[in-house]
Design a protein around this ligand. Structure first.
Ligand SMILES: *[C@@H]1O[C@H](CO)[C@@H](O)[C@H](O)[C@H]1NC(C)=O
Ligand SMILES: *[C@@H]1O[C@H](CO)[C@@H](O)[C@H](O)[C@H]1NC(C)=O
Ligand SMILES: *[C@@H]1O[C@H](CO)[C@@H](O)[C@H](O)[C@H]1NC(C)=O
Ligand SMILES: *[C@@H]1O[C@H](CO)[C@@H](O)[C@H](O)[C@H]1NC(C)=O
Length: 325
């Protein structure tokens, strides 16, 4: 009796195992069959590079820039899904497996790599060969794409509706504040990241927020340096920001309600940048190409978040940017 039960269990286990293998093989071959066949027959085909795009706009900008430079270095087809967020915002067009007449799920046929430091540079990637590759991670280092900066800047050109809206807004601000590009005014974009970053989850991971004293110091840096300045401030936490700044005559606090890409485009029309923390401010600074001040302590020392950075975080912050506290 016991023997028969054991026998039955063994058969069930075997059946499930065989079924899973069959299902997996079918799943794999239906996606990768063409590629395997072509490689087997020595048929020339494009090699592909995929990035697992996820997270907010600026996270995806780092991912996109990384993938662009990796694919250019290796002459790989850079797969950009149809629904990828940045194709709605920038001069980036989708490039899918279907466009090359492969199965849409061909990403599973590529060799997967993951970054070690999300906010640092992983030099292992330099040595990867020119084969099908896919990447998972955050890749928040300019070092990955500094050689292709021109191409990255070209890709990160805003769609006309965004740049037109930003242009209209800065003209409005100029009218309201009686200032122009040509009257000696230096425009400083200020991005205050607070709101979401102050929640428990971010705090426990080790994110730090720039305090009000930092903003005052960073703005005074520009007040001392230039004759006439106008600060244009965008924030994801208007409540907090309006309590600490906004009363001074040289500050224009933009009202809530702008789409995130328009805020980024608007601040990139200024001459210099005060960022606080986070990747969104990072890209505003990089797009503006002026003097950039960033908060010196973006993470809690010893936290999980701090471990994502290279020791002196020079991989992450762009060369020449000034850290202040
Ligand atoms: C606007 O600025 C110009 C030049 O900076 C100045 O001559 C003029 O008096 C200002 N107008 C007002 C209304 O403040
Ligand atoms: C600020 O930027 C504008 C637009 O790029 C430029 O025309 C202007 O000369 C700049 N002003 C200063 C003071 O750098
Ligand atoms: C605005 O900030 C104050 C003080 O930090 C807080 O008490 C209040 O709840 C905030 N209001 C909103 C709408 O978040
Ligand atoms: C940061 O560390 C790297 C590698 O250890 C070094 O090459 C670089 O000079 C350092 N930068 C600063 C600003 O200390």
């Amino acid at each position: 009796m016991a023997g028969a039960v054991k026998w039955k269990i063994r058969n069930v286990v075997l059946g499930v195992l065989l079924g899973s293998i069959c299902l997996y093989t079918y799943h794999y071959l239906s996606r990768c069959g063409t590629i395997l066949w072509q490689d087997c027959m020595g048929i020339n085909r494009p090699k592909f590079l995929c990035v697992d795009f996820h997270g907010g706009m600026a996270n995806q900008m780092f991912m996109y820039a990384f993938g662009l430079s990796m694919s250019m270095q290796r002459n790989l087809e850079y797969i950009v899904p149809k629904d990828m967020m940045l194709t709605e915002i920038f001069n980036i067009t989708p490039n899918t497996f279907e466009d090359h007449r492969y199965h849409s799920g061909s990403g599973i046929c590529t060799h997967q790599e993951e970054d070690i430091l999300d906010c640092g540079y992983d030099s292992r990637f330099e040595k990867l060969p020119s084969k099908d590759l896919s990447f998972k991670g955050y890749f928040q280092s300019w070092k990955y794409w500094i050689r292709y900066e021109k191409e990255v800047r070209k890709a990160f050109t805003f769609k006309p509706w965004i740049s037109e809206m930003a242009d209209k807004q800065i003209r409005n601000i100029m009218t309201k504040r009686n200032a122009t590009y040509n009257d000696g005014t230096t425009f400083i974009g200020v991005h205050v990241r607070n709101g979401d970053y102050s929640n428990k989850h971010f705090a426990e991971f080790g994110y730090r927020l720039a305090p009000a004293s930092y903003l005052k110091n960073a703005m005074d840096f520009f007040r001392n340096r230039f004759n006439k300045v106008l600060f244009i401030v965008c924030t994801n936490d208007l409540n907090w920001t309006s309590q600490i700044i906004g009363k001074e005559k040289d500050i224009y606090l933009t009202p809530a309600g702008n789409p995130a890409p328009v805020d980024m485009a608007l601040l990139s029309l200024t001459n210099h940048t005060v960022m606080t923390v986070g990747t969104y401010g990072w890209f505003i600074s990089w797009l503006t190409r002026g003097i950039t001040i960033h908060y010196k302590y973006p993470y809690v020392i010893g936290s999980d978040f701090s471990k994502q950075f290279h020791s002196n975080y020079s991989d992450h912050f762009y060369p020449g940017w000034i850290a202040m506290e």
